[in-house]
Structure formats: C-alpha cells, structure tokens
Design a binder for this molecule. Structure first.
Ligand SMILES: Cc1cc2nc3c(=O)[nH]c(=O)nc-3n(C[C@H](O)[C@H](O)[C@H](O)COP(=O)(O)OP(=O)(O)OC[C@H]3O[C@@H](n4cnc5c(N)ncnc54)[C@H](O)[C@@H]3O)c2cc1C
Length: 565
C-alpha cells in the first residue's frame, strides 16, 4: 500500500508516524512545502520573545528522523500541486529544482493547515509587517527586531557616529491567540504594544464578560487594547518605521506590525480535486477523517468537523485535534475502526502571569443556536487551600443543561491552577458528564495543589444545588425591581457598596427576618456567593422566596456587560 501525506507538521507528521507503527510494509511519502517538518509552531511566539532562545529547539523531528527511524520518505521543499482522484495520482513539485513528478497513491492524506489571513489592505506588504506561521517567519521577525531602525538614525552629537534607534513600538492586529501571544512576547522584549481588534472583544471563544477581564489584565500589563477598530491602511513614515491607520481614523506609530487576524483553511488542492467543501470553508470529513473521495483523508486546521457539544460543523485550528485526527486517519488506513469524537475547542492561553482557558460551548454559542435549556454559574474558588501560601482565586463560569445537568462548557481565568481545572472539565464534557458527576469526581488533593473540595467539585456542587432547588439563583442583569439583600459585613461595603440594596450581615439575619418582605423575591448576595448561599438556605427554610446572586459582588463587574446588552 502506498500512502502519500501532504503537509508534514502537526496532522501530517502524526499521521505518518502512526501509520508506520501500524504497518511496517506501507510505502509512506510525506511531502512538505516548507523547509522543515514537524516543527513546533505553537512555540514560535516564545522564540520571538526570547523565552525559547534557540531556533533548533522548535524542530521536534527532522526529515532525517522520519527517514531513518521510520523509513518514511519525508520530502521538504516539496509541494503537492495537483491531485487526480480518478487516476489516484498527485503531482509533486520539487521547489529547489522546479521538477514535477507524478506519484500514484492508494490512500492520500491532506494536512495542509490554515495559512494566516492577510487582507488586501493598502501597504500590507511593507517591510516590517509580519504574520507568524513558520520557523522562517519567526526568524525574519527576530532579525527585524534586532536590526534597529537605521533610517531614523541621527548623528551622535559628540561622536559623530550614526546611532541606530532601537525598535520600541509594536502594533498587533487581531486579538486571537497568536496576536495575544505575540503582544505578550513583544512586551517582554520591552516594546510598547498596541493591540487593535476589530470586534468588540478579544479571544472570540470566550464569553464577552470573561474576555473583558482579560482585556483589563492586558492593560494592567501595559498593552494598549483598542476594541472595535481594525487596521485600514499601513504607511511607511519615515522609511523603516510604520504608521497603522485604523478604521476610526486613529493613527498608531509602529516599528513592527504583527498580523494575527485569523487563519483560513488551505483548501486549494481539495477544491482542485473536487472534494466537498463545507459551509465554513473547510474540507468536509466524516468521523473517520474521510473526505467526499473515499481514498482521500483530510485532517487538521483545513477540515470541518462536528462540535462535540452542539453538533454543529466547526473549524478549530488547534494542535490537539490536528494530532488526534492524523492518528485516526492512520488507524483507518491501517484497517482499524477509529473515529474522531468531534471537537470541543478546548484551549488555553498564558498571558503575563495569568491564564485563560475554556472548553465546550460558551453562553453566546448556546444563545446563537437558540438553546434555552441551559444555566450558568460563576464561582471564584481558590487555586489551592487558602491556608497554604500562594493560593490565587480562579474566576470560573460553568454552563450546564437545566433539564438533565449535562456539563456543556466552562471558562476560567486566574494566575494559578486554571489549566488543570479546565483540562479536568474538558475530559468530563467529552464523557458526557453531568454536574452531579462533577460533585463526585475524585481529584488529587494536598494543600499546595488543591482543596478537599476542588474547584471542579465545587462547580458541580453549586450547579447541583441549583438544579435540586436547594439554591435558586439569579444573575445581576435579571434582578429588575426585586428586593436586594446584601449579607456582607459593614466594613466590606466601604470597599464596594451596591446602591439600592439593604445590608443585614449574615450573622444578624435570623434575628432580623421581620425586616424582609414576604410578597416579593429577595435577591441575596455577598462577595462571592458563598455566604449568600447560607442566607438563601436560611431564608428558604423560613418561607421566603429567595434567589442567590451567582458569584456575588465579584461577578457584578462581569454582569455590567449583560446590563448593557
Ligand atoms: C504561532 C502559532 C501558535 C500556535 N499556538 C498553538 C497553541 O498554543 N495551542 C494549539 O493547540 N495550537 C496552536 N497553534 C495551532 C496549531 O499549530 C495548528 O492547529 C496545527 O499546527 C495544525 O496542524 P496541521 O497539520 O493542520 O497544519 P500545520 O501544522 O500548519 O501544517 C501544514 C503544513 O502543510 C504544508 N503544506 C500546505 N500545503 C501544502 C502542499 N500543497 N504541499 C506540501 N505541503 C503543504 C504547509 O507548509 C505546512 O507546513 C498555533 C499556531 C501558530 C501558527
């Protein structure tokens, strides 16, 4: 059996290596257009920032490794230029010599990825404007940064030697992963960074109130975040320096511009071969990664797959799904019955000392698809036991189905322990777990790592309390004309008072029940929702109609987004 794999990075390389492990006799050709196979594109921003100083660290495996360890004919600088599905051939072009050879295949795997979007804006090809996808891209950026801006140089007054002004100003266009990682790394290198985002939030998969917190965090770390204003034009002024003219008319000077506007599935070959392309612009595949041509498979950023939670078609440009899909395609080619379960878009980003991560459906996605059978909670547990030094709060939003408690999605922000909570929740989402399963999950605990009630358990307990009717909840934007009871201590009001509310500290509540109305709903809150939960239980058992404000005062800033909605 002869298998040709097009694209030699995440999806392609994992497919090739897996196939060799399953079939020692297959003839495997892996064609990669670029100079490297199997490189760590996820590490590129950190190489630019100097965290990964040595470029060679990014090269996870070389073409030689594939040839010698796996007997895979790995060809770099080799581009697939045409596919003939009827004859089962691929035309491969040697980019060094220009020679094109036609190779036959029994099975073909496409893993061409998704190149960065470069909109045809005036001046977009000026020197100093970069996208980040490949090792050579990162190398060029580093060289540009290290070169200084010679054209701006003046003669030193005393020495007469021409001085080179260091580059200090960066504009990053686009507030997705790659844009934000580049913004952070440029800030690490001492740049003044402006982030231009055309949409009304950064990190599109997050719900907007959560993204607001990340935007604030970036601002605290010196990144100038500009929303609802995209780049309209780039100009050189003077040579070597750039001006980014935004749609609003604002001008942002820059010594370097990085484009992180998003990626688009590379479907050129697939279209030429007549493969089915989905409505989102990716190559349509079934759960075994087969395209509309049964002997052609496609994996990675170029494909459309089903969203595990919503069942909708989705495009997800992430390394985990690409690697798993490559492995599944290899399994199926080798005769195994493997299937891709769909993607949940589980993702994480580190920014300065903070982390944002998420999995599954967001609230805005559920609203967009018209799903009304869901509820959300906000909780703010500590990353580990509060008495052990270094505990940091985690802001968590958890979404679940009202009717049966199924976990639908989660988002978390914090400076410690965010990754493991979202990873645990991601596994649970994929297993179809309910909030009752979260309550019962047995997770590692010692005081430096977590709590006896881990944030994952805690999320389950709070959500299950809601579903069992033990703790009716509400959210700040839903209060309307209700009676709002604050059960915090008076000294806390000095820090943040909530206008129009009545304060009865929790410890006094039992003795002051006669001050509360019995003819309307009491919305009760504290700082995080914990004491107000105790108050809710107390009031419910005394016959009041009561709702706990999920997340308390801490979630109120988040709610300001919904209040504007
Ligand atoms: C800067 C950056 C940071 C990232 N960080 C993260 C992260 O932290 N976490 C995460 O999950 N994901 C991250 N990603 C995304 C992740 O790298 C991709 O999801 C993953 O690499 C996709 O794998 P793929 O095989 O589909 O495509 P790629 O890895 O892009 O590989 C496709 C390859 O196919 C080659 N090719 C295309 N057409 C042809 C042709 N006709 N002939 C021959 N070769 C061809 C291309 O040259 C390319 O090398 C990051 C991506 C970038 C660029």
């Amino acid at each position: 059996m002869k298998v040709i794999i097009i694209g030699g990075v995440a999806g392609g390389a994992s497919c090739a290596a897996r196939l060799r492990r399953l079939d020692e006799n297959a003839e495997i050709v892996m064609a990669e257009r670029g100079p490297y196979v199997s490189y760590a594109n996820c590490g590129l921003p950190y190489h630019v920032g100097g965290v990964i100083p040595d470029e060679s660290e990014l090269l996870v495996a070389t073409a030689d490794t594939f040839r010698h360890q796996f007997a895979i004919d790995a060809r770099t600088r080799c581009e697939a230029v045409a596919i003939a599905p009827d004859r089962k051939t691929v035309d491969l072009k040697d980019l060094e010599t220009g020679e094109v050879t036609t190779e036959s295949y029994d099975k073909l795997v496409l893993s061409p990825g998704a190149p960065p979007i470069r909109p045809p804006l005036p001046g977009i090809d000026l020197p100093g404007i970069y996208s980040v996808r490949t090792v050579p891209d990162a190398r060029e950026i580093r060289q540009w940064l290290e070169k200084g801006t010679p054209f701006l140089a003046g003669m030193n007054r005393y020495s007469g030697i021409q001085a080179v002004r260091p580059k200090t100003r960066a504009v990053v266009v686009g507030g997705g992963f790659i844009g934000l990682e580049m913004a952070e790394n440029l800030a690490h290198r001492g740049f003044e960074v402006t982030l231009l985002e055309q949409g009304d939030q950064i990190l599109g998969p997050l719900d907007q109130e959560m993204a607001r917190v990340v935007e604030g965090y970036l601002e605290q770390h010196g990144v100038n975040v500009v929303l609802k204003d995209g780049a309209a034009e780039f100009r050189q002024s003077p040579p070597g320096a750039l001006e980014v003219h935004a749609q609003s008319g604002a001008m942002h000077p820059a010594d370097i511009v990085v484009l992180g506007i998003g990626v688009r599935p590379d479907t050129a070959l697939a279209k030429q071969a007549g493969l089915e392309i989905g409505a989102l612009g990716g190559i349509r595949t079934d759960e075994q990664m087969r395209t509309s041509e049964p002997d052609i498979f496609a994996v990675g950023d170029a494909v459309e797959v089903r969203d595990f939670v919503t069942g909708e078609w989705s495009l997800v440009a992430l390394a985990g799904p690409a690697n798993r899909q490559g492995r599944i395609a290899a399994d199926v080619i080798a005769g195994r019955d493997s299937r891709f379960r769909g993607t949940q878009g589980t993702a994480i980003i580190g920014l300065f000392d903070g982390t944002a991560a998420w999995t599954g459906a967001s609230e805005k996605t559920l609203k967009r698809i018209g799903d009304e059978d869901h509820e959300k909670i906000y909780i703010f547990p500590n990353s580990h036991a509060g008495y052990y030094p270094g505990a940091k709060p985690i802001a968590m939003k958890v979404l679940f189905r009202k009717s049966d408690g199924r976990l639908l999605g989660a988002q978390a922000l914090g400076e410690d322990g965010v990754d493991k909570r979202i990873s645990a929740l991601a596994g649970l989402v994929q297993m179809g777990a309910t909030v009752y399963d979260l309550e019962e999950s047995e997770l590692c605990y010692a005081p430096q790592f977590g709590s006896a009630k881990d944030p994952v358990n805690f999320a389950g307990m709070v959500a299950a309390d809601v579903l069992r009717g033990d703790m009716p909840i509400s959210h700040w934007h839903q209060i309307g004309e209700g009676f709002v009871l604050d059960v915090r201590e008076p000294f806390e009001l000095a820090v943040e008072n909530v206008e129009g509310t009545i304060n009865i500290p929790l410890g006094q509540l039992r003795d002051r029940l006669d001050e509360l109305p019995r003819d309307r709903t009491i919305y009760v809150f504290c700082r995080s929702g914990q004491r107000s939960y105790y108050a809710t239980r107390l009031l419910l058992q005394n016959g009041f109609e009561v709702k706990n404000m999920s997340g308390g005062v801490l979630s109120r800033t988040y709610a300001s987004f919904f209040l504007r909605e």
